[in-house]
Design a protein around this ligand. Structure first.
Ligand code: FES
Ligand SMILES: [Fe+2]
Length: 430
């Protein structure tokens, strides 16, 4: 449970809010690289932490990220002419170059010296791992987070996106909540000794070698955030074997879920989140079959599950297209199809910002409590005028790894699954 004040403090992301200031110390994904039109084809609209921006690729191939509102009188640069070396506002013809400098004001008198003095708000941005990364903070940006898939050839990873109409913490809480998978995602996650663990099959189903619906949650601090183990009795020998699923939480809003799903809950504003999902194979390119299997499991097929704006047909006003008939007939537990749709439905059903003053947290919510504490500490420091010290900005995000295994009961999952890495991550965190 949180007080109303803390809930607001943790959730509000606009730049005049403490959490907004804290988030702006981190690089954040702004959009998929695939969303940015080719040179000559104009900009794409970007929403990030309450800011209205556009991303645009100039004739030289360089991407700019700048305010959507023209610095003259605020017309949208989404309407601008793409002239290759600048965007020209269609309202009065001001031209804005890469980096935001206004270079022409054709309506102003020839002798006017105003032109060189006006700059559109513009932010540093970098292309990496299929995403455009933005730094909205003040001062020198830190190093870009170096996630494991970023070093891989493009054929080894997939990046997808979908929009949740909820605050980013709400969606993040879903990502680090192992316990819900046994219920909300029960149709997709079968428990079977026949399946290899954590395998996503070509029909979109996924195997799990446990039927235990009450995982023990064990959190281990790291310098990037924490890794928690969700420990369940294994089907094979429930008395002597445990099935451990280890999920990493990396500040400020990333999770790495077994087998290798990264989820980034990026705030568009305080009530809307872009969920980026990345999956990858370090050893080899992903096959078309695998990609289809993952997309089906996650419910991220463009044109089938997703509309062209990354939203979905299922929403609050149509009860997320829940199949009540199928539920009555025992065909489906939730009446919702696709794991992402299931997540979206329950999260949006809480309202855009969950009222955490009336919740009752249980033992399986431990990781969520931990994550909230980390985020709230940042926001409190900003609010109280303290210096913000964020160890995660120096952390090696290549260590943001998930893992899963069946281990003998009583063995330390942390050492067993993370070995030397566990030792080094813990040492730095300590
Ligand atoms: S509003 Fe853009 S040039 Fe006037
Ligand atoms: Fe989920």
């Amino acid at each position: 449970m949180l007080s109303k004040t803390d809930n607001e403090l943790m959730c509000r992301v606009e730049k005049d809010q403490p959490m907004g200031v804290a988030l702006r110390q981190f690089w954040m994904p702004a959009c998929l690289l695939d969303e940015i039109p080719d040179p000559g084809d104009g900009p794409v609209r970007v929403r990030l932490a309450g800011e209205r921006l556009v991303a645009w690729r100039n004739a030289e191939g360089r991407v700019s990220l700048m305010a959507e509102a023209c610095p003259h009188r605020g017309a949208s640069l989404m309407l601008a002419r793409d002239e290759g070396d600048g965007l020209r506002c269609v309202y009065h013809g001001w031209k804005i170059q890469h980096g935001g400098q206004v270079c022409e004001m054709p309506g102003e008198p020839k002798e006017s010296r105003m032109c060189g003095r006006v700059k559109n708000t513009s932010y540093p941005c970098v292309e990496s791992g299929g995403l455009l990364w933005a730094y909205l903070g003040s001062g020198e940006p830190p190093a870009l987070p170096h996630f494991p898939w970023m070093d891989l050839p493009a054929a080894h990873y997939i990046v997808r996106k979908t929009i949740y109409n909820v605050n980013f913490v709400q969606s993040l809480e879903g990502s680090i909540d192992s316990a819900h998978s046994d219920f909300l995602h029960s149709a997709e996650t079968s428990a079977s000794g026949d399946y290899d663990q954590d395998k996503v099959h070509s029909d979109g189903s996924r195997s799990r070698p446990s039927t235990d619906t009450s995982p023990e949650i064990d959190v281990r601090e790291t310098d990037f955030g924490f890794i928690y183990g969700a420990i369940r009795k294994a089907v094979a020998d429930p008395e002597n074997l445990c099935y451990v699923r280890a999920t990493a939480f990396a500040l400020p809003f990333y999770s790495m879920i077994p087998p290798v799903y990264m989820q980034a809950s990026v705030p568009l504003d305080s009530e809307n989140t872009a969920m980026y999902l990345v999956w990858y194979n370090s050893e080899r390119p992903l096959s078309a079959d695998e990609i289809k299997g993952h997309e089906t499991f996650l419910g991220l097929r463009m044109g089938e599950d997703l509309l062209s704006d990354y939203r979905r047909p299922g929403r609050d006003t149509n009860r997320w297209l829940q199949d009540r008939e199928g539920m009555k007939q025992g065909k489906t537990y939730t009446g919702l199809y696709g794991t992402t749709m299931q997540d979206i439905a329950v999260q949006e059903s809480m309202g855009p910002i969950q009222d955490r003053t009336i919740e009752h947290l249980g033992m399986t919510d431990k990781a969520i409590v931990h994550m909230r504490r980390l985020l709230l500490n940042f926001a409190r420091d900003v609010r109280d005028g303290k210096e913000l010290r964020i160890a995660a900005l120096d952390a090696d995000y290549r260590n943001v790894q998930s893992a899963a295994a069946i281990i003998p009961r009583g063995e330390d999952w942390w050492k067993k699954l993370y070995g030397d890495q566990a030792a080094s991550v813990s040492r730095k965190a300590g």
